[in-house]
Design a binder for this molecule. Sequence first.
Ligand code: P6P
Length: 337
Amino acid sequence: MHNNRTTITQFIIEEQRHIEGATGDFTSLLNDVVTACKVISNLVNHGALIGVLGAAGTENVQGEDQKKMDVISNDVFLKTNEWSGHLAAMASEEMDEIYHIPSQYPRGKYLLTFDPLDGSSNIDVNVSVGTIFSILRCKGDCKHPTAQDFLQAGTEQVCAGYALYGPSTMMVLTTGKGVNGFTLDQNIGEFILTHPNMSIPEETSEFAINASNSRHWEAPVKRYVDECLAGKEGARGRDFNMRWVASMVAEVHRILTRGGVFMYPVDEKMKAKGGEGKLRLMYEANPMSFIVEQAGGASTTGRERIMELQPKELHQRVPVVLGSKKEVELITSYHND
Ligand code: P6P
């Protein structure tokens, strides 16, 4: 306790005491993830002053142009977590293959997946970006893990969290017993518990979707958005507000704080190319779904619960509809009509 404020380190250790048979490995791993996010926060906050903005001149496995900070953040996560002896392997949006722990370090019993800098298209225009991570148990041969060991349903997650590099830097975590938010006190370099037991209002009048794709939407999405746009005079009988930050971490944090629904649905254009969605299951949709469900919200593909999906491949994409429970249920009902 620092000045009567709970640090994230203390919070994690106190949580560990409730975990049957906890050895401290998980606590130590989570503290290393927190350290990686502090380092990324510092780099993001310095931005142009230290030459980390702009394109890296390379592409990632998704075929997306990488920003310098995508590559730097990924490297920070690897270097901060590879040595601890708690991980069997890591997987990242920025790497085609899984990352094997270098032979000079011991292997552990956990798997870490992450999107090191989500929303990085915003970094050059100084709009909030974030880091998303998920921790699974290694159930296979932890000495020689493969991509297959990562392909576990979202319900198997031990922990999920994100860091939001916004006006303040925050971390939001769940280990399956609710959701707690921490704000980085730059003066002491510690995350302080500021948002205990975060909970998403079941009702909302705010939706988030990239409306430039509207001509490609499936009928249920078009129906839902049209009803929101019709407002008081329409079927919903009330006016709605719209947001789109193009940074999933910022959208999810807003929803955790004041409610709302976020949609990145599959659309006809994606389906024509054999696509199933834009967002990635293992290190975007699953961790965010765990957090949203633990805060009393819901998260589906529009048709089924995301956390029950059996992953088929490491960089699999899925449609995402998440947020205030009643709104997600309504949208899902339109898909299943
Ligand atoms: P669009 C960022 O690249 C991201 O993965 C999510 O953070 C964000 O919600 C979405 O893609 C933005 O997509 O098509 O609006 O640029």
